[in-house]
Structures are given as C-alpha cells and as structure tokens.
Design a protein around this ligand. Structure first.
Ligand code: NAD
Length: 389
C-alpha cells in the first residue's frame, strides 16, 4: 500500500533528510514528538516527514492534521524505513528501528542512566543516539531544553492535582456564612517546576512559602510574592549552583534544613516537592515522622516521584494516605497535559534540528559543545563520557 501524503508536501530538490515520528509506546505516555506546526516547519527546512498512524491521538492530534501539514502517515515500519532522524518523546525500542538509514539519529529523552541497556542496543544497531535531557544549560540552548519546558507544565499541574485532592478551598473567602481561611502551600525545590508551582498556588489564592538549597532562589521566591524558608546557620549552595543545578550539600546544612522544615511542614496544608540532583536519585526531603506531624487532610504532591521521590512512602500514580495525609506523585506528570506538553516538546526538538540545519547537506550537523553533551553513541559504540568507566 502506498503511504498517504498530504497536499502541502513537496518533493525535495537537493539532498534531504527523512524524519520519522513514531507513536509513543511507553505506558502512560500521551505526548507526541512532533505537532502539525513543527511538521510544517521541518518541511520548510527541507526535510521530509513521516508520522506513524495514531501518533498524535493522545495529544488530540489526528492523522488528518499531520497529512494536511505535509507529512506522510503510515504504519511504523513504513515510517522508519530509510529515516535519517527518528524523533521521540521517550526513546523508541531499538527493534522498532530496523529499517532506518545507516547512522540515523535517535532524538528523544533517552533516560541514558536508567536505560543503559537500550543505549548499548542503539550503539550495536549503528545508530547515533542523542539524549535531549542532557542538553547543556547555556543561553543558546534554552529553546531546546525539554527539561525546562516539561518541568514548567509539571509544576503547574502538580498544584492543580493537589488542590483537587485537598478537601478544602485555596483562597480566603469571606461569605455571609463565615470566613474560609487561605490554604498554606509550601514548595520544596525552586527550579523551573518549583517556580511555576509557586506562581500557580499564588494564583489560586494560597499563602505560599518555598525553600531550596541554592541561595539564588531566595530572591526569585520573594519576587513571586512567596515567603522564603531558608537555613541561615549553615552554608548551602551559593548563587545559582553549577549549571543552575544543585550539587551535594554538607551534612550540617542537611541537618539544619531538616529541623527548620519539620517545624514549617507541621503548619502546611499543601506541599509540593520538586527537588532533583542531576544524575542521582532524588534527595529525601520528607520522612514518615515528618508526615506524622502534619495536619490530617493535608496533601503532598511529589514531582520527584519518577526519580525515586522526595517523600517517604510515595508510590508513583497512587494516592497513598499516611497519618491522614494524602501523598501523590505521577510517574509522568507532563503526560497529564498532553497537548501543551507535546506542543512545547515538539518545538524544543524543532529548535534543535533547525539550529544545526546545514542547507547544503540537507541535514543537521552538530557542533562540539552540544554534540559532546548529548551524543551517547556513534560508530557502533557508546561514547558518552558519563556512560563510560
Ligand atoms: P532541578 O530539576 O535539577 O531541581 C529542582 C530544584 O530542587 C533545584 O532548584 C534544586 O536546587 C533543588 N534542590 C535540590 N536538592 C534540594 C534539597 N535537598 N532541598 C531543597 N531543594 C533542593 O532544577 P531545574 O528546574 O532544572 O532548575 C535549576 C536551575 O537551572 C534554575 O535556576 C533554572 O532557572 C536554571 N535553568 C537554566 C537554563 C538555561 O540557562 N539554559 C535552563 C533551565 C534551567
């Protein structure tokens, strides 16, 4: 059967790349790595696009919309056949990539440390695997940063879900029947997700406070109208932290932070935890003993649940009740906002491909700084420094 081709497709004139977009197969994944908007933009660059049937359904995008944007739409084997670039939200299983062009790129969030086995399989298949979550945090790569675009949405969703689980209202309300007091929300970890969580909780009318180990976040918390809760007796991480990330903190700091936070937690109604340390399991921020000291009816949403969780007892995708406190964390929070998360993820991938597009070669060519940061495999071998040794 001939694959269907949309009206906007035009035959490429010079050398060109065939870009394949597969339907995501991971459990609970609703996102898609290209939208009709980015399909049009990639075709305008000079690429040809092939999208698997049903790839956009989780994000409410029909096959017809991809066709109208100029993509070929077909079954998985057809779509990957001869592809030079395979886009994904999560990494596709290597056995699905049998028909791709030699040395094809696989561009997705590849979970290189969690799925080391799959990285080896990409190498063995002669693929060039590019892990988008390892994009360096430099100014020119900001528009390609999937962690930021997805964390921002996740921070927003976390607050909405917590608000929904909470048996009371967020804002202060003065009614003829009496006054409802404002909920107290506490955000632990003020990176991209935490900042959006603070802003969202404020918009809903909660009294918001927040903490982080990086001192640069104190000003950011204040600028969003929330109260910073910081340890003053021990040294945390000065300024932004290297690359904007939190490294290891001292035991003294950890102890002082735990004491300060314990007293504060006991007064909270809503807690959103977002703390991550790149390349390591999420730090434990809330113990069972601290939960026991919280008010019954309080809600904790743990955004670090997929990385092991910040909260003791958190089980991904389950509402766990401990000491009267509800604890929830999704295994994949951005997947709960599929349309928006896909739109931003797809733009991140388009910005990446277009930034490196070489017109004469009809394909993207990476520079050293970004190439070395994200390239996991090349020439049949695993080559990324963090995966070797
Ligand atoms: P992240 O997801 O790595 O971690 C979330 C937050 O948890 C961080 O603020 C971290 O300091 C904090 N944290 C870690 N351990 C903690 C602990 N024990 N207690 C409390 N908090 C703890 O962070 P992120 O969202 O990736 O953002 C990190 C920073 O990088 C932000 O300042 C962000 O603005 C910056 N950033 C820069 C760029 C760029 O320049 N291209 C892109 C994205 C983010």
């Amino acid at each position: 059967m001939e694959p269907a081709t949309g009206p906007a497709a035009r035959p490429p004139t010079g050398p060109t790349s065939r870009i394949a977009v597969l339907r995501e197969r991971a459990t609970g994944e609703t996102r898609v790595s290209a939208t009709p908007e980015t399909v049009r933009k990639l075709i305008a660059l000079g690429a040809s696009l092939a999208v698997e049937t049903g790839a956009g359904l989780g994000a409410a995008i029909s096959d017809g919309e991809y066709l109208a944007a100029g993509a070929e739409v077909g079954q998985a084997e057809q779509v990957v056949s001869g592809a030079n670039i395979v886009l994904g939200v999560q990494g596709p299983e290597p056995e699905r990539l049998g028909g791709v062009a030699p040395g094809a790129w696989v561009v997705a969030a590849l979970d290189p440390f969690g799925r080391r086995d799959r990285v080896s399989a990409y190498a063995a298949a002669g693929l060039e695997a590019l892990a988008m979550e390892l994009m360096p945090r430099i100014t020119r790569a900001q528009s390609m940063d999937i962690l930021s675009s997805q964390s921002n949405l996740a921070g927003y969703k976390a607050v909405l879900v917590a608000a929904n689980l909470y048996g009371r209202a967020f804002p202060m309300m003065m009614t003829a029947a009496g006054t409802v007091s404002a909920a107290k929300a506490f955000v632990m970890g003020v990176g991209v997700a935490g900042l959006q969580a603070i802003a969202t909780a404020r918009r809903l009318g909660a009294q918001v406070s927040a903490t982080d180990v990086r001192s640069a976040t104190r000003e950011q918390i204040l600028s969003l109208g929330a109260k910073p809760i910081f340890v003053d007796t021990a040294q945390g991480i000065e300024g932004e932290g290297s690359g904007g990330y939190a490294g290891e903190i001292s035991d003294d700091y950890r102890q002082a932070q735990a004491e300060l936070v314990s007293a504060h937690l006991a007064k909270q109604d809503i807690v959103i935890t977002t703390a991550l340390i790149p390349g390591r399991p999420a730090p434990r921020l809330i113990s069972d003993a601290q939960i026991a000291a919280m008010k019954p009816g309080s809600v904790i949403f743990d955004l670090a649940a997929p990385q092991g969780g910040n909260v003791e007892g958190c089980v991904p995708d389950q509402v766990v009740e401990r000491h009267g406190v509800k604890i929830l964390g999704y295994a994949n929070t951005p997947a709960h906002l599929p349309a928006e998360a896909s739109a931003l993820f797809a733009r991140n991938l388009f910005n990446f491909v277009s930034a490196f597009w070489d017109k004469d070669q009809g394909k993207p060519v990476l520079d050293e700084e970004i190439g070395n940061a994200i390239r996991l495999t090349q020439g049949g071998k695993v080559i990324h420094a963090q995966l070797l040794g």
